[in-house]
Design a protein around this ligand. Structure first.
Ligand code: ISL
Ligand code: CA
Length: 540
């Protein structure tokens, strides 16, 4: 397997709006990130993925871009980002930008010109005379009427996010220019937003009947996807030392292997969503009770299927997901379950991702009023649920558990007002638990989740087997314990994770003569795992 830096380093995702506010206007910004570089250094990460900071009307917090070559005023300026790149590189941290090119904002000049059918812009987007029945990821219809052009346009997300027409070579050239612009500024790679949606059946047939995402058979991982990604790689990416991680929705390991197989030269790795369905029916609003066996099943499946073929990403959280302790762990065993989850995940094969706040065990927020939620998806889904006659109470319950705002509350730096994020009222309400859960406290406490994350990160640097070793489940059918081994020609690593709040007795422990290199409990009983206990053994 080819060894490369982007397989070995931890990636830390920053959601800039909620990370750190340097000028106290209530909104996190680029200068704020620069101020926190020493913190990131202390944690030990090697790469930052920065969610969008480009010019945008912020209908979807920057995932609706109106100028790819400039920075939104609230986040700073082009010189701020240049300084960020410089300071990060000085600290030996790489920077990956978010590339959102399935769609633009409707405020983008291209869309304005497309409405007017001006020159080459006429076919930059998907237009139809008749309405098509596809439905949107955010609920509701995906084709909306534009009164000026008197045609319908496609938006798989919000109305303000029209989908680009990738079959148009001019559009692909625009994307290449954007990528080149940022790589020339020193950026080290891209996280490619919903990249497996870019290619569509351009005849736009109606979708077959479906409860969710009607029309998806006409654009999910369409065959042209591979062609377009390869072209981008050939013409631009191959000329730089950079990597790409594609966000791929409803993707299976076979397609993911095609996308990430090194010899095909498409993407370096992908985010898949199978394990995010461990507590729902593939659509997070259709919830079901969490069972750890479901999480194990899908993670193991991906470990086994991509080994030697493609490359996995390891994540439990991002800016679209609620917090992992609430979903897969336990608030009662806050430290134990957070550290167990980190052990379970980060000793697998793939590039590890940490979402801001995860390293201190930030948890879901529970706003009382719908108006406290800021996310466009939350409001759209609420409206849709109410239209389908679901009660306010029921919708609020769903939102409290699954709203994307759970992950978007301000980063909790210390126990001062607004959690030290800003002296100004933040754009979104702070989680009231910040007095207990914050960075300052975690750094001061030798036995914090933060210190455990530091340990995991340093172990991964010390033992290449964690990065490159093969993966195998141990006792796959066990519903309470998630255990697996990693191995190569000379070493073996064994991970044991108790996924419950009860003690668990092992019938035997074959690893007692191995070195115990990590555990989230101080005293380890050979044959008894305490609630949410995790252990890592290494045999040299
Ligand atoms: O968040 C989701 C469901 O609640 C996902 O369906 C999400 O919309 C999907 O993974 C695509 O996400 C990405 O593109 C969106 C943007 O809103 C998300 O923040 C981004 O991660 C549109 O650009
Ligand atoms: Ca600010």
């Amino acid at each position: 397997m080819k060894k490369t830096w982007y397989k070995e380093e931890f990636v830390y995702q920053i959601y800039p709006r909620s990370f750190y506010d340097s000028n106290n206007d209530g909104i996190g910004d680029i200068k704020g990130i620069i101020e926190k570089i020493p913190y990131l250094k202390e944690l030990g990460i090697g790469i930052i993925w920065l969610s969008p900071v480009y010019k945008s009307p912020m209908e979807d917090n920057g995932y609706d871009i109106s100028d790819y070559l400039d920075i939104a005023e609230e986040f700073g300026t082009l010189s701020d980002i240049k300084l960020l790149i410089k300071e990060l590189h000085k600290a030996k941290i790489k920077l990956v930008m978010d590339l959102v090119v399935n769609h633009t904002s409707s405020e983008h000049l291209w869309f304005k010109k497309s409405i007017k059918k001006q020159g080459k812009y006429k076919d930059y987007y998907h237009w139809e005379k008749e309405k098509v029945n596809w439905t949107s990821f955010f609920g509701g219809e995906a084709w909306s009427f534009n009164g000026e052009r008197e045609e319908y346009y496609l938006h798989l997300f919000a109305k303000g996010q029209p989908d680009l027409n990738w079959d148009n070579p001019d559009v692909r050239d625009e994307v290449k220019n954007i990528i080149k612009f940022w790589l020339d500024k020193g950026v080290d790679g891209f996280r490619c937003d919903v990249i497996n949606l870019i290619a569509k059946n351009n005849k736009h047939p109606n979708g077959k009947p479906s409860l969710i995402l009607k029309g998806k058979e006409h654009y999910l991982s369409h065959p042209n996807l591979h062609k377009y990604l390869h072209e981008i790689y050939r013409d631009v990416l191959s000329k730089y030392d950079c990597f790409t991680v594609g966000e791929t929705v409803f993707v299976n390991p076979e397609v993911a292997s095609l996308l990430t197989a090194p010899n095909r030269k498409e993407l370096s790795m992908v985010f898949q969503f199978d394990h995010m369905a461990a507590d729902n029916h593939y659509v997070k609003w259709f919830m079901k009770k969490f069972k750890s066996i479901n999480l194990k099943k899908s993670l193991s499946k991906w470990q086994n299927k991509l080994n030697g073929k493609g490359w996995n990403t390891l994540y439990l959280e991002n800016h679209d997901q609620s917090r992992s302790i609430n979903r897969f762990g336990s608030l009662e065993y806050h430290y134990e379950s957070a550290t167990m989850l980190a052990t379970m995940l980060y000793f697998q094969q793939g590039t590890p991702f940490i979402y801001q706040g995860q390293e201190i065990g930030m948890t879901n927020v529970s706003y009382e009023h719908l108006d406290d939620y800021q996310d466009i998806e939350t409001h759209n889904i609420y409206a849709m649920g109410r239209k389908l006659l679901m009660s306010h109470k029921r919708m609020m319950k769903k939102i409290k558990m699954m709203s994307r705002d759970n992950a978007r509350t301000p980063m909790q730096w210390n126990d001062s007002k607004h959690a030290g994020f800003s002296t100004h009222k933040p754009w979104i309400k702070t989680n009231p638990n910040y007095k207990n859960i914050n960075v300052q406290k975690s750094i001061d406490d030798e036995n914090s989740i933060f210190q455990y994350y530091r340990e995991v990160i340093s172990l991964r640097k010390k033992h290449p087997i964690i990065v490159y070793g093969a993966y195998q489940d141990i006792n796959f059918r066990n519903k309470k314990l998630y255990s697996y081994r990693r191995y190569n020609n000379t070493e073996e690593l064994v991970v044991l994770c108790n996924f419950s709040d009860k003690e668990y007795s092992l019938k035997q422990n074959k690893h007692l003569n191995y070195a115990l290199i990590l555990s989230n409990y101080k005293d380890n009983n050979a044959l008894l795992l305490k609630p949410y206990e995790a252990r890592v053994y290494l045999k040299k």
